[in-house]
Design a protein around this ligand. Structure first.
Ligand code: NAP
Length: 325
């Protein structure tokens, strides 16, 4: 019989990549979406799978809807990718971020415990939970957390609740602590996509500047298509555990800009980039760099797409998108 997976956050960035991989493995894939007046399936369309998903309507802030979905779908695996995922917005919408990213996870775990206790659960945890603990060196699963935003604090609650359900009820609950990962379908407000979309617009004469907050922040950037494989592998293990998923390399926003502009044939890019304090975080996070040895050893996972290839892939996709418009 086909395995059944429920993915929350199906129309975001990771949801479509994960769904595509699971469909290729012959899963039946259910995707949770909120109710919209005009739903946007463009990310699923980009990967050619919008009509291959069984959609179920619910909301992470509505416990009843999650309970009914779990009861009706009866999934073998649940991947909780839904979140208010933009760190910058979490200061302005801290309560909503907490309701979705923290309490929503509690509701989902409760529904699984009560109706499908054998389902395996994946929680999308994040390197943002480490905050600036890079000062103590490269981050591992043992590095203490010091979250620096309402987003990261809510995610830390969900991280511990996931562990608590495993320890209290013997459920299969795993946390993937994923470092930044990008793709051509990354949300447009995130700095990487803002850059590739902005550079493509400058190249095509549709814009003349990109406004950014901090060029010196460093991140460990990988490709979303590689990272969803690690999520799946975590749920195929005999025992649930928590794993860092990262490339182990860091690059600054300046490095990202350099590759993106050069790929568009623009060498002197500084005149196009304007610093704008509105895009600075109230509590800045300077460097994230993860050590994913545990995932590489135990899951047999490793990232395939390198940083420069990732930037060029995103640039090519944005150029194509704008030219087609
Ligand atoms: P994303 O593109 O922002 O997708 C998040 C999805 O969650 C969206 O489809 C969104 O749907 C949905 N969602 C938001 N609020 C909801 C609610 N109340 N009920 C139901 N669905 C809701 O994020 P992503 O990049 O794919 O990331 C996937 C997960 O991994 C997120 O939890 C994120 O926090 C986490 N993560 C991401 C990264 C990264 O670098 N990408 C790194 C570490 C962890 P709408 O369109 O309706 O808003």
């Amino acid at each position: 019989m086909k395995k059944t997976a429920l993915i929350t956050g199906i129309i975001g960035q990771d949801g479509p990549y994960l769904a595509k991989m699971l469909l290729e493995k012959d899963y039946k894939v259910y995707g949770l979406i909120r109710r919209y007046t005009n739903p946007n399936f463009s990310n699923l369309d980009y990967l050619g799978i919008a009509d291959k998903i069984e959609y179920v309507s619910g909301d992470m802030t509505d416990e009843n809807s999650l309970t009914n979905i779990i009861k009706n779908v009866n999934p073998n695996e649940v991947y909780n990718l839904a979140a208010q995922s933009f760190v910058g917005a979490s200061w302005d919408q801290a309560k909503l971020t907490t309701e979705i990213n923290a309490l929503g996870v509690l509701y989902l775990l409760n529904a699984i415990k009560n109706f499908t206790p054998n389902a395996k659960f994946y929680q999308a945890s994040t390197s943002e939970m480490f905050g600036n603990s890079h000062k103590a060196g490269i981050q591992t699963e043992e590095t203490p957390f010091h979250p620096r935003s309402p987003y990261a604090i809510a995610k830390l609650y969900a991280y511990w609740m996931t562990i608590n359900f495993k320890e209290s009820y013997g459920m299969f609950c795993a946390n993937g602590i994923l470092f930044n990962h990008e793709s051509p379908i990354r949300g447009i407000e995130f700095v990487t996509r803002k850059i590739t979309d902005g550079v493509a617009r400058i190249k095509l004469g549709l814009a003349n500047e990109i406004r950014l907050g901090n060029l010196d922040s460093k991140r460990d950037w990988g490709f979303a298509g590689d990272y969803v494989e690690a999520m799946w592998l975590m749920l195929q293990q005999e025992k649930p555990d928590n794993y860092i998923v990262s490339t182990g390399e860091t690059h600054s926003i300046r490095d990202f800009l350099d590759i993106a502009f050069k790929h568009a044939g623009i060498n002197d890019w500084k005149k196009y980039v304007k610093l704008d304090p509105r895009f600075k975080r109230p509590a800045e996070l300077f460097t994230l760099q993860g050590k994913s040895d545990k995932a590489r050893k135990k899951l047999g996972w490793k990232p395939k797409v390198k940083f420069e290839e990732l930037v060029k892939m995103m640039m090519d996709a944005d150029m194509e998108r704008l030219i087609k418009k």
